[in-house]
Design a protein around this ligand. Structure first.
Ligand SMILES: [Zn+2]
Length: 299
């Protein structure tokens, strides 16, 4: 079987999964189905092992690598990519051999980063751009898809500037994804105001913005909100008081414009639902600061 064909099919199948699930894909009910190459079903990754080489591949290089939820920042970030560690054991045990062959052959692979338990963000195409057997780790860097829409092919990014830029972009998005993953998990994937339970429509909003001094990406600085409530919260049309009560702005309350607005209004003075675990509950000091602004703006 054609190794290049398998990789191309793998990327195309991931495009489809990302379109279905959003940019983070669940393992169960998503990645676990694998992808088809002719009559053969091929897994995307091995969550237990990290480095994955499929039995159906003819080439010796890894098809994917993954980083577990327990160490979302476990792979050290450099300007040009991420340092990915060999497996423990012999230098030439099969997984390490597959990883190192990715460097020798310069073939693209998928870098799966867990953003919450059981969910991965697939980054592809990635390339192993250096190999350090003394430190027992490789550097993986982003590549790009080139060519027309129906014949896209993976290619490395040759310029260090383009690589640095791509890594920086990825890093920001990954950190956002990890924050979102933590907050949604704490809130059991529910909007804290209206209880909507559809993770594709849920965001993790910051209470103190991420540019502010106390805006750290920790769960107690977040609220799980549906898209509408997120937008309303960001625009001070809806506020949450430090005693966890929803306040709808005067402007919305006085407006009379259709059923959607009526729905928004019904949550006025209703309690938000908060996680049972104390450390996850919204920080009252940050809420007070934010609520102060809401009151000032919304009157
Ligand atoms: Zn909502």
């Amino acid at each position: 079987m054609n190794d290049e064909g398998i990789r191309a099919r793998c990327f195309a199948a991931l495009d489809v999964l990302c379109a279905q699930h959003g940019i983070d894909v669940p393992y169960r009910g998503g990645l676990d189905a694998g992808f088809r190459y002719g009559p053969t079903k091929i897994p995307f990754l091995s969550p237990q092992k990290g480095i994955f080489h499929a039995a159906a591949q003819t080439g010796p290089a890894a098809l994917s690598i993954n980083t577990s939820w327990k160490s979302p920042y476990g792979d050290a970030e450099l300007d040009e990519g991420y340092l990915y560690a060999y497996r423990s054991g012999a230098l030439d045990q099969p997984d390490n051999r597959a990883l190192r062959q990715s460097f020798v052959l310069q073939v693209p692979l998928v870098y799966f980063v867990a953003t919450r338990p059981g969910w991965y963000r697939p980054l592809y195409p990635y390339y192993v751009t250096s190999d350090d057997p003394t430190e027992r780790r490789v550097l993986v860097s982003p590549g790009q898809m080139v060519g027309p829409f129906d014949e896209r092919a993976a290619a490395p990014l040759e310029s260090p500037i383009a690589r640095n830029y791509a890594v920086r972009e990825t890093r920001v998005r990954l950190h956002q994804a990890v924050f979102r993953g933590r907050v949604l998990r704490a809130y059991a994937s529910t909007c804290t105001i209206c209880r909507l339970k559809e993770s594709r429509l849920l965001d993790a909003s910051h209470i103190a913005g991420d540019l502010e001094a106390n805006g750290e990406p920790i769960v107690s600085n977040g609220l799980s909100l549906c898209s509408i409530h997120h937008r309303a919260f960001d625009n001070d049309l809806v506020g949450v008081s430090p005693d966890y009560e929803v306040h709808v702005s005067r402007r919305l309350l006085d407006d009379e414009d259709g059923p959607m607005l009526e729905l928004l209004k019904t949550f006025h003075q209703a309690p938000i639902s908060v996680p049972t675990k104390r450390v996850w509950q919204p920080d009252k000091e940050r809420l007070a600061e934010r609520f102060h602004r809401f009151v000032a703006v919304s009157g």
